[in-house]
Write a protein that binds this ligand. Structure first.
Ligand SMILES: [Zn+2]
Length: 340
């Protein structure tokens, strides 16, 4: 069972899981809000040390007529909090963990309406968007995968000094040893796989080297697209050839001899044509860079993995050459099988 499968199974059973990935400034503990009770809230407080909030997607917030957040979410880990709520019926004062758990369950109930909640109250809802970029949105994706209602009790993890803890800090902490970790990168790539069909464009693209089907995917209008060039039927191969190419203006468009990007692209095209099937992923670096060769810049591996899975590739081997070690690890972290 993979790490994600374990986390999904535990979450379905209303267990607390850690959500996040290396590099996140803040990681979160999460459990399904539709199954939260006083003892789980107490455990979240005890383990996480941070503030416990209720993560909701925007459609649920709209159904409950929650006010717009005071400000949008900033960097990953910051939450877009809206006005605190209480359940309209069944609570006594609102402060106790029993009362707050009941309020969360009422807000998570798909049949609840705005009249079932009062404002102000004692539970802070946080609006959580898509795609799953960080812990809170990954927790909502985990709720969907595990068949729970789209609502999560969230607690930021703090260290003994009250500072935001990283995944590495949490892994070193004995108290978290038995908690499953839901990998945000894999949850994000799964989300992209599901949505690539709705959001991507696809057309045939004959080139000098081979005939491709081009599938472009961008999660939002102002995001740089990731493009998959699909040759043949890679889904029918056991481990089709894949080349992940970081777009290089001078190399790819002008054939610059200052780097080997163009020759690597040509080599990958001929290898894939010879194999009869395969995929070239044309990715943009994570950070905008000056006009220069960017072949060694970090890329969004979750987008690459999500798009590969969307075109039918979950096991692959990389075309020889290039920075395979890091890329292979990143793709494996998103749930793909990469031949060694
Ligand atoms: Zn280059």
């Amino acid at each position: 069972m993979s790490t994600l499968e374990q986390a999904t199974a535990r979450f379905a059973e209303r267990d607390i899981v850690l959500v996040g990935e290396e590099g996140d400034g803040t990681i979160f503990l999460a459990c399904p809000a539709d199954g939260v009770d006083a003892s789980r809230l107490a455990r979240l407080h005890e383990l996480g040390r941070g503030m416990v909030v209720l993560g909701l997607p925007e459609p649920v917030a709209r159904r409950l007529a929650l006010p717009a957040p005071w400000r949008g979410a900033g960097p990953p880990g910051e939450l877009a909090l809206t006005a605190p709520i209480d359940a309209t019926a069944g609570i006594e004062g609102g402060w106790s963990l029993e009362d707050r758990a009941l309020t969360m369950r009422v807000a998570a109930d798909p049949d609840s309406r705005s009249s079932d909640l009062t404002i102000p109250g004692h539970v802070y809802p946080a609006l959580v968007g898509e795609p799953p970029e960080h812990g809170p949105s990954a927790a909502l994706e985990l709720a969907r995968l595990s068949g729970r209602a789209p609502a999560v009790a969230l607690c930021a993890v703090l260290d003994r000094r009250g500072r935001a803890a990283s995944l590495r800090d949490a892994r070193a902490d004995e108290r978290f040893r038995r908690l499953p970790v839901a990998p945000a990168a894999e949850l994000r790539s799964g989300w992209i796989t599901r949505h690539a069909g709705e959001l991507s464009i696809s057309c045939s693209l004959p080139t000098r080297g081979a005939a491709f089907r081009a599938v472009g995917y961008a999660p939002a209008a102002d995001d740089p697209p990731t493009v998959a060039l699909v040759h043949g039927d890679p889904a029918s191969c056991e481990s089709p050839l894949v080349h992940v190419h970081v777009g290089c203006l001078f190399g790819d468009a002008f054939g610059s001899l200052l780097c080997d990007c163009r020759s690597r692209l040509d080599h990958a095209t001929s290898e894939i044509a010879r194999a009869g099937a395969g995929v070239i992923i044309y990715a943009k670096p994570k950070q905008p860079t000056p006009i220069a060769c960017v072949r060694d810049e970090p890329i969004d591996a979750a987008s690459v993995a999500g798009l590969l899975r969307a075109v039918g590739v979950s096991e692959l081997r990389l075309v020889a050459g290039g920075r395979h070690e890091r890329l292979s690890d990143e793709l494996r972290g998103c749930g793909l099988t990469v031949a060694r």
